[in-house]
Design a protein around this ligand. Structure first.
Ligand code: ADP
Length: 356
């Protein structure tokens, strides 16, 4: 039968001892004052051996010294979370996610610091599996699709002899499907590479208006097919920001592409740029069907398609890619929309960004 809290003399102690995460506490001089069973297992020190030792002896990591998360947390009062590699007593390297915070009493007096850490080896293993899968997709799946699309277009151009009308129309259909598949693979790969940080922004000075116009000009033929007017509203002054121009165009292009795709014919899609000082705000507004409130919180998730996507083809990758790009630049993204009243997708990018 399970005991209730009142049956146990020191309930918090039992909670900490039974936790799956490692917990270690130090005093103001960074000497270990307590550690739980999970910490004993991870570090290789028993509680008795660890008590009174300097924290860095028990929890050795590359961050010991000036970057010590515990010291930083104790001096700033903030919670510091980091991925780190610990070396335990037996010289084994263990990848952990750690969180350090100042340990204070009820009156706010500093007693020392507390660090919790979790072995993330299983997560890292999964991440490596994903990396392997992504590179397998990149090499083994994309190459034949691109190759087949090339061969098909040679056939279509009559390189192997004149084709009959119905042969051409069949080949055109196959070619269209191949392009859809190639698009899907490219988008999936781009998403995965951004998500796994295989692609990171390559910084350069981006002249905002010029890049926006390039996106608009590239998508104009698509808009013209539906008699949609594409407008750019941007400040007179030249705005320059530090960003990856290819990723920036990709993000803006995906939003504008969606705005065109989901808009009715003869409507207006407006791209607005606002200089907010430290950052630049971009808004892509359409007069389309709008987005159901139930869909709004999920739009930026991978493979999510809203109820309003209707007959439009798509896979729910476009917005997930935009979000990863904006996140990688340290910006924010959100959407304002009401069913039947059009949608506006916003994102901001800092003008100066410290790329890691
Ligand atoms: P896809 O368009 O391929 O479905 P996205 O990730 O680009 O994938 O978009 C996810 C969903 O968000 C879409 O399925 C659609 O429901 C909704 N959506 C995106 N942009 C718009 C828009 N401008 N107007 C209405 N709905 C939109």
């Amino acid at each position: 039968m399970a005991l209730s809290p009142s049956d146990l003399p020191d309930w918090p102690h039992f909670i900490i001892q039974s936790m799956a995460d490692g917990v270690i506490t130090v005093d103001g001089e960074m000497r270990v004052t307590d550690l739980n069973r999970a910490s004993e297992k991870l570090t290789g020190f028993t509680r008795q051996e660890a008590l009174g030792r300097f924290c860095g002896e028990v929890l050795q990591s590359s961050m010991c010294g000036r970057e010590c998360p515990l010291k930083m947390a104790m001096s700033s009062g903030e919670i510091i979370s980091r991925e780190a590699v610990l070396t335990n007593r037996f010289g084994n390297k263990i990848e952990v996610m750690l969180s350090a915070s100042a340990l204070k009493d009820d009156k706010g007096n500093l007693l020392g610091g507390v660090e919790t850490f979790r072995d993330i080896a299983p997560l890292k293993h999964l991440e490596n599996e994903r990396r392997r899968l992504v590179s397998m997709f990149a090499h083994d799946l994309k190459a034949p699709v691109v190759g087949m699309a090339g061969l098909l277009s040679r056939l279509l151009r009559g390189k192997t002899g004149k084709l009959k009308k119905d042969q051409i129309s069949l080949l055109e259909m196959i070619h269209g499907e191949m392009q859809r598949l190639e698009n899907l693979i490219t988008n999936f790969l781009d998403y995965s590479r951004l998500d796994l940080h295989i692609i990171t922004p390559v910084r350069s000075a981006v002249q905002v208006e010029k890049e926006c116009l390039e996106v608009i000009n590239r998508l104009r033929p698509q808009a013209e097919e539906k008699d949609i007017t594409l407008k750019l509203e941007s400040p007179q002054d030249i705005i320059v920001l530090q960003a990856d121009p290819i990723l920036f165009q990709r993000a803006l292009g995906n939003l504008t592409d969606n705005a065109i795709k989901y808009s009715p014919p003869e409507s207006i899609v407006t791209l607005t740029v606002r200089d907010l000082g430290e950052e630049v705000q971009f808004a892509v507004q359409d007069q389309g069907p709008g987005i159901d409130t139930q869909d709004l919180p999920h739009l930026f998730e991978l493979l999510y398609r809203g109820k309003g996507s209707g007959q439009e083809s798509g896979l729910g990758l476009g917005l997930a890619i935009v979000k990863r790009i904006v996140d990688a630049h340290g910006g924010r993204i959100w959407v304002e929309s009401e069913a039947g009243k059009g949608s506006t997708f916003f994102f901001t990018l800092p003008k100066k960004f410290n790329f890691e």
